[in-house]
Design a protein around this ligand. Structure first.
Ligand SMILES: Nc1ncnc2c1ncn2[C@@H]1O[C@H](COP(=O)(O)OP(=O)(O)OP(=O)(O)O)[C@@H](O)[C@H]1O
Ligand SMILES: [Mg+2]
Length: 213
């Protein structure tokens, strides 16, 4: 268990120009994992598509708190979260390379760039890394929705490593449980706590938390 300083809010952003790379899936699951680990968490949905908010609407549990805000309003919501004693803000973002992406990256303590093991995602991941580096932010790649045991996983990990940001050592597998969880307003750790999907998410959260220390 790593030490987390209460009273100082950390900001973790999921960012990628590629649609469907897994930003919302990882943002909501990480938010629940961090909440389950004892942190007070606010998930801010900055995507006009509002996928995370749809998840929140389907959800019965009150935490993590989910708020919507435009990229320009994030700083204000973060300040309010800090005043309320929140520990962690997670940002879900829209799949566009607008100035918003750079603005959000600059505010984040860590930017996680999800990437499926496909050529299209790789190109977008490189663009994401460029934004993160230009913003002077800390970033990591996260392998997302990987087919079970596919050789593309190792190939993608190697390709990503060449883009100059660390690659999370654990890959998130393409599992029905993730999509089912989203559809029902829950997280995999909530309905299949001993399942493989839950264990992947907990392991990812541990890694991301370490990167934010
Ligand atoms: N690990 C996974 N296993 C199974 N399905 C997944 C996984 N990750 C994402 N998906 C599915 O892929 C689709 C896209 O995922 P998601 O909405 O998280 O991506 P996104 O990057 O937020 O997309 P957008 O850019 O449109 O906001 C969803 O239907 C989601 O359920
Ligand atoms: Mg999304």
């Amino acid at each position: 268990m790593t030490l987390w300083h209460h009273g100082v809010v950390k900001i973790l952003a999921f960012l990628s120009q590629k649609g469907s790379s897994g930003k919302t899936t990882l943002a909501v699951h990480t938010a629940v994992a961090a909440h389950e680990a004892g942190l007070r968490v606010v998930l801010i949905d900055t995507d006009p598509q509002q996928s995370a908010s749809v998840w929140a609407d389907a959800r019965e549990a009150a935490e993590p708190i989910v708020a919507t805000a435009s990229a320009g309003d994030v700083a204000r919501v973060v300040a309010a979260a800090e005043a309320d004693g929140m520990d962690l803000v997670i940002l879900d973002t829209a799949p566009h390379a607008t100035p918003d992406a750079a603005r959000l990256a600059r505010q984040a303590d860590l930017v996680a760039i999800p990437c499926r093991p496909t050529a299209f995602d790789l190109a977008a991941a490189q663009a994401g890394a460029t934004i993160v580096k230009a913003a002077g932010a800390k970033g990591v790649f996260v392998l997302s929705a990987c087919p079970f045991r596919a050789p593309e996983i190792a190939e993608t990990q190697a390709a990503l490593a060449a883009y100059g940001l660390p690659v999370a050592p654990m890959a998130i597998t393409d599992r029905r449980a993730f999509a089912r969880a989203i559809a029902s307003g829950r997280a995999v750790t909530e309905f299949e706590d001993d399942g493989k999907a839950a264990s992947e998410i907990r392991s990812l959260w541990t890694y991301l938390q370490e990167q934010m220390q």
